[in-house]
Design a protein around this ligand. Structure first.
Ligand code: ADP
Ligand code: ZN
Length: 729
């Protein structure tokens, strides 16, 4: 019989421990489901695992141990287990590491815990005070709902002891209630925004894919401010009407706040949240409730893809082009691609939303694999900003200054009119380089090959690669000259300094992810700015991502050329997306916007495409270049990084792999390298990289597995395979 194992039956359990494959155990007293989350003995330890199938047998059965207990969580469904296996195969990741991604709920092994809640009782207090009256009023207002002590005290504006003081008389009663409660119901029947014709037909098409309960991917391409969110919320509403669950992925935690507010407005309650800024308790509640059907909608970061949905009916990947969808640490996967895989296993549609789609998605739509819907008009009176270039070759800037006179004049105008301006520079910190004027050396990281970046705010030099920091030295570590170290180049902090001088009296806000202690602090700052709490915003790429700043009418891009240099195959695409997104910040409400790009290369093809506003022309040209080079999305690539404390070891191993490339050549793939990885040393480990290029249809994973399977890793040598590498670091 499938799906159920009687007590004593032999079952295979996959644990999250680094072992090859499953281990056999006996089903516990009372039996267990296929997919059950269990605790099993492993040597002297107890570990968590999942019942993966029937046991294999074929050895001394008397030595098979029993499952200790089945944990209080819904069994992982076939669909999720299937997804983990397919994702592991695709990314060449061991299955146990994949399972770990799906089991990231803290405290799964804890007994179902209870907490104390307080509700209105029948009794009357012996003595009435103002504070007591407020407590009772708060309970009455919320019609019999129960609160935790903290919630109730806060709602009533009293201390916890006032609440406790109401217990003896029975005016308030204390009860135990399970800690993980279902999320409040979302109501799709509440009225949404009244959509424009273009939005309405997009929403109708998307709702039809959701109602179809089949896999399909749609690229929802809409210029910034065209109402993509409004439109995909209608698809979410349809999903809720179907009684299925929806997942909305966002690239940046800071974006979730705005989205949650919109969900509350549209559906009358908040969605579940899943990302690193969420407390342990909230994560566990989310994980469990999705499995039990007590959560209808999750908004989350890429790891939310591995949650145990009971009936996933829609995945939205917002800002689908965003590079942070690629996990670059540990298990290397692209959340966008994995979303498509998971949806196909759930019979659910996917919506990829972006103003500037990735070339991959654009090409899939061209090839007819994805449907494509375009939103071409901004909502309301908002118009797309005008975009212009400031030719820096003819601006005479003194050294150490970055804001051209032309740009500064435009900022002056906005400030005088009471509007907001944004200066964008995609570089965190004060200065990217610290140079010794005596010996000419730059200060580098002690453990990596990266240069240290001065963060004046922290009063330290920071390695953006490994995070190592040191105080800003007064003496050059190379030549010992005193007081000759100088910052070179701009970072947002330095730009803010220049702006404070140039625009005296303006209220300046700096938005850079490292200046905020928490996601919440960053959210608050963004909300303050949106409400008009700053005149001039200085920001890194976090401002480029979908935030709404209705008062903003000017965007100045300080160094539009930054992304054009470098050997990254996606450099042009990234620059294009970033510039479009930044420009899209301007003029969202009723005032026209202007975006000005400071560039030394106004004739560069990417710059020309941005300035002309011909997106399709840019994609066509970029697609042609990639096709000619046989690189993604028209060919396949994989990166293999070998690392070790000993440089010779990794080069020898890399060379051996490159020589023994028969398995690759069999599928038409080619290997390049070994070469030092662009960042050749990280945390004291030397890194070399091999790049594998293959034709689009080649069975690359299988060939790679056979190829790297030839070598045995000894000592501290590590090998990681990155399918479809995004970053060439
Ligand atoms: P996008 O996600 O494409 O950038 P949004 O969905 O955030 O666009 O919409 C931009 C702004 O316009 C938001 O403030 C949104 O509330 C508003 N908006 C868009 N469409 C409508 C509509 N049909 N009715 C009311 N407001 C809308
Ligand atoms: Zn470092």
């Amino acid at each position: 019989m499938t799906g159920w194992f009687d007590e004593g039956a032999l079952v295979a359990v996959l644990t999250t421990q680094p072992l090859d494959g499953c281990l056999d155990y006996r089903a516990p007293e009372g039996g267990c489901h296929l997919g059950a989350v269990v605790e099993v003995p492993l040597g002297p330890r107890k570990v968590t695992g999942v019942v993966w199938g029937p046991g294999e047998g074929g050895y001394d059965l008397s030595r098979v141990r029993g499952i200790i207990r089945v944990l209080d969580a819904a069994p992982l469904r076939d669909e999720l287990r299937d997804f983990l296996v397919r994702a592991a195969d695709y990314t060449l990741t061991p299955l146990h590491a994949m399972l770990r991604l799906a089991m990231r709920a803290p405290g799964l092994g804890d007994p179902p815990s209870m907490r104390k809640v307080y509700r209105l009782g029948q009794g009357a207090p012996d003595r009435m005070t103002d504070a007591r009256r407020r407590v009772l009023a708060a309970l009455r207002d919320l019609g019999g709902l129960a609160f935790t002590l903290g919630e109730l005290a806060e709602a009533a504006g009293t201390s916890a002891s006032v609440v406790k003081g109401l217990l003896p008389s029975g005016a308030v009663v204390e009860e135990n209630s399970p800690r993980d409660l279902p999320f409040r119901l979302l109501d799709p029947a509440r009225p949404g925004a009244s959509l424009t014709d273009e939005q309405a037909s997009a929403a109708t098409a998307l709702c039809a894919t959701v109602a179809g309960r089949r896999y399909a991917t749609t690229l929802l391409r809409g210029i910034t401010g065209s109402g993509k969110t409004e439109v995909y919320l209608e698809a979410v509403a349809e999903c809720l009407r179907q009684g299925r669950q929806a997942l909305v992925l966002m690239p940046e935690i800071a974006l979730t706040a705005e989205f949650i507010a919109r969900v509350r407005e549209r559906f009358g309650a908040e969605p579940a949240e899943w990302h690193s800024g969420v407390t342990m308790t909230a994560r566990r509640r989310c994980w469990r409730m999705l499995g039990e059907g007590g959560a209808q909608l999750v908004v989350g970061a890429r790891s939310a893809l591995f949650l145990p949905f009971r009936d996933l009916g829609l995945i939205v990947v917002d800002e689908e082009h965003d590079a942070s969808y690629k996990q670059e640490d540990g298990v290397l996967y692209s959340a966008r691609d994995m979303a498509v895989l998971r949806a196909s296993l759930c019979a659910a549609p996917v919506i990829l939303a972006s103003a500037t789609p990735s070339l991959e998605s654009w090409a899939n739509a061209e090839a007819g694999k994805y449907a494509r819907i375009d939103l071409t008009a901004r909502y309301g009176s908002a118009v797309l900003p005008d975009i212009g270039a400031i030719d820096m070759r003819s601006e005479d800037l003194p050294s150490g200054r970055w804001i051209s006179a032309s740009l500064a004049r435009q900022v002056d105008d906005r400030l005088a009119a009471g509007e907001q301006a944004l200066l964008f520079l995609n570089r965190r910190g004060f200065a990217p380089v610290t140079l010794c004027r005596a010996c000419g050396q730059q200060i580098g990281c002690r453990q990596c090959d990266a240069r240290l970046v001065e963060h004046r705010f922290l009063k330290r030099l920071v390695c953006h690669q490994c995070g190592d920091t040191q105080p800003v030295p007064t003496v050059c570590p190379h030549c010992a000259a005193e007081d000759r170290l100088a910052p070179v180049g701009p970072g947002v902090e330095r730009l803010a300094e220049e702006a404070a001088e140039r625009f005296a009296g303006a209220r300046i806000a700096v938005l850079s992810s490292d200046l905020f202690g928490s996601a919440r602090a960053l959210k608050e700052q963004i909300e303050t700015i949106a409400a008009g709490g700053a005149d001039l915003i200085i920001g890194t790429q976090i401002v480029a991502k979908g935030h709404n700043f209705p008062l903003l009418t000017l965007v100045g891009v300080i160094d539009a050329d930054l992304g054009l240099q470098g050997s990254d195959l996606r450099a042009a695409e990234r620059t294009f997306q970033l510039m479009r997104q930044v420009a899209g910040r301007a003029g969202r409400a009723d005032r026209p916007g202007l975006a000005l790009l400071q560039t030394f290369q106004p004739d560069h093809p990417v710059m020309r495409a941005i300035l002309s506003g011909e997106d399709e022309a840019f994609w066509r040209a970029e697609a042609e270049a990639r096709r000619a080079a046989g690189v993604p999305p028209y060919g396949r690539m994989a990166g293999i990084v070998l690392s070790s404390a000993e440089v010779q070891k990794v080069f020898d191993l890399g060379a051996a792999l490159a020589r023994n490339d028969t398995e690759l050549r069999k599928v038409g793939a080619q290997v390049f390298g070994p070469a030092p990885a662009p960042i050749a040393r990280v945390r004291g480990r030397h890194r070399v990289r091999l790049l594998v290029k293959a034709p689009k249809q080649a069975p690359l994973q299988a060939a790679l597995a056979r190829w790297v399977g030839q070598v045995k890793l000894k000592g501290d040598v590590r090998l990681s395979v990155d399918i479809d590498p995004q970053s060439f670091l």
